[in-house]
Design a protein around this ligand. Structure first.
Ligand code: CTP
Length: 445
């Protein structure tokens, strides 16, 4: 009996898949199909798969060509599958020609002609109108957003608005998008807005964009006052618009995994969280020259508060700040200390003092530690009383990581709210509340 194996995502099963499976089966007597998990697809940069794993398996089975379905979970799996299932022929479409030649050490490799003019990507884009997003602001984070947004299928960056027209034009030219001198025409051309302007301008832009019926993805800190956060979320909800605070850590797979382990009881009850993020910046940078809105806490506090709010909740009993200030009176190092009914936490941020930048979550049975840059979570460890007992976890974090929040934002715009739990409205409002307390402590508002 000749055994054949093939692999794929098989999202929105189409004629190309059908013909591939038909010809794969004809190569032998028994066809095994490896269908990718969502997690594996995410890891290899396929971010917008529509059908669930179960649906994709069902669809593959319904073709009638398949004798056995297996799950493909990791990149190194194919060689062991071929040996485990005593496979004679490995086959995939010609778009992969050459890529799997290394498998010839284990079995015969056949590349089947790919069916022209059809793909899951084409169907995804046909079924859903491309959402056009406009960027407000042209600073460093907007520069990072552009290449990341290109990787999320279903969204297209339409143009940029910056009241400093020259900066807007230069940015537009670099990224080959439109530049708008009038904000009204900017809003007319987009479905959603990415707010990447200085912190203090966020509230007005969010309100204005929502009033124009646009969804909003806003850089962190979204706003610096609790009431403002409540206002923008209430307005968005009342008008059925999506409003996302872009704390990228909240949307990346490694951080989701870390929170899952922390909440699973593995380390017992969580009693202490220490989140630290420091970055030495040039003195000429906005965060060290803007005397009212700059400083380490407004710049980095959102990251450090995230695990604290996610794990201890939004209702703290008490908060106080200790800061070291520079000659301009800006905080170059800040420690926010919070007490909660269930434990205590510190959020430590530095722009002029360098520290280890670690996330530590201590519980009654053990602790989790993630070293810098834990805010781009790729690796963390779980330790116990016995120093020899250490569990290690790793996860991929691709590029600058904005692609994860952009993908979730897009899904929400398209009516899929499965990502809303990653950063809830009340968590985002709690972060704004803490920012406000900090600004009051600093006598800045
Ligand atoms: N395939 C094919 N002809 C097509 C599309 C896909 O023969 N028009 C083959 C691929 O070469 C692969 C298998 O079908 O062997 C599964 O491919 P998959 O990546 O799931 O499908 P695509 O349509 O290429 O998906 P996407 O657009 O998301 O990359």
């Amino acid at each position: 009996m000749i055994k054949v194996i093939t692999y794929g995502t098989f999202d929105l099963l189409h004629e190309g898949h059908y013909r591939l499976l038909q010809r794969a089966k004809a190569l032998g007597d028994y066809l095994i199909v490896g269908v990718t998990t969502e997690k594996y697809d995410m890891e290899r940069g396929k971010l917008n798969v529509v059908d669930s794993l179960m649906t994709r398996i069902e669809n593959v089975k319904k073709t009638g060509f398949v004798d056995e379905v297996i799950i493909e979970e990791t990149s190194g799996q194919k060689i062991s599958d071929v040996q485990k299932y005593h496979v004679d022929i490995f086959t995939v479409g010609s778009d992969w020609a050459g890529v799997f030649d290394y498998m010839t050490d284990y079995c015969k490799v056949v590349y089947l002609e790919r069916t022209k003019n059809i793909s899951s990507t084409m169907l995804r884009e046909k079924n859903r109108r491309i959402q056009k997003i406009g960027v407000i602001g042209t600073g460093r984070i907007a520069e990072r957003f552009m290449p990341e947004a290109k990787l999320v299928s279903g969204i297209s960056t339409q143009g940029v608005y910056n009241p400093h027209l020259e900066s807007g034009r230069a940015f537009a030219q670099k990224w080959e998008i439109a530049s708008y001198a009038e904000i009204e025409s900017f809003y007319e051309d987009v479905d959603a807005v990415y707010v990447a302007s200085p912190h203090q301008t966020h509230y007005d832009y969010i309100m204005e964009a929502l009033a124009h019926g646009k969804h909003v993805l806003c850089e962190k800190p979204m706003v610096l006052k609790r009431q403002q956060a409540e206002d923008v979320y209430a307005y968005a909800k009342a008008h059925q618009l999506i409003l996302f605070e872009g704390i990228k850590t909240a949307y990346c797979p490694g951080f989701e995994k870390l929170l899952g382990i922390a909440c699973s009881g593995t380390i017992g009850q969580i009693r202490y969280i220490d989140a630290c993020f420091t970055k030495l910046e040039g003195k000429d940078k906005r965060e060290l020259t803007d005397k009212k809105y700059g400083g380490s806490f407004t710049e980095l506090g959102s990251y450090c508060l995230l695990p604290i709010i996610k794990l201890f909740g939004t209702d703290y009993n008490d908060i106080h700040f200790d800061t070291i200030q520079d000659e301009n009176g800006l905080d170059v190092f800040t420690r926010a200390s919070l007490t909660f009914p269930r434990g205590i936490a510190t959020a430590v941020c530095g722009l002029g003092v360098k520290s280890e930048g670690r996330l530590l979550i201590a519980g009654t049975k053990g602790y989790i530690v993630a070293e810098a840059p834990w805010w781009k979570t790729t690796y963390f460890e779980v330790h116990y009383e016995n120093p020899g007992q250490v569990e290690k976890y790793s996860e991929r974090f691709l590029g600058d990581g904005l692609r994860y929040e952009i993908k979730d934002f897009l899904n929400m715009m398209n009516g899929n709210d499965k990502s809303a739990f990653k950063l809830t409205r009340s968590e985002s409002i709690a972060a704004a509340d803490i920012m406000e307390k900090f600004m009051e402590y600093e006598n800045r508002i």
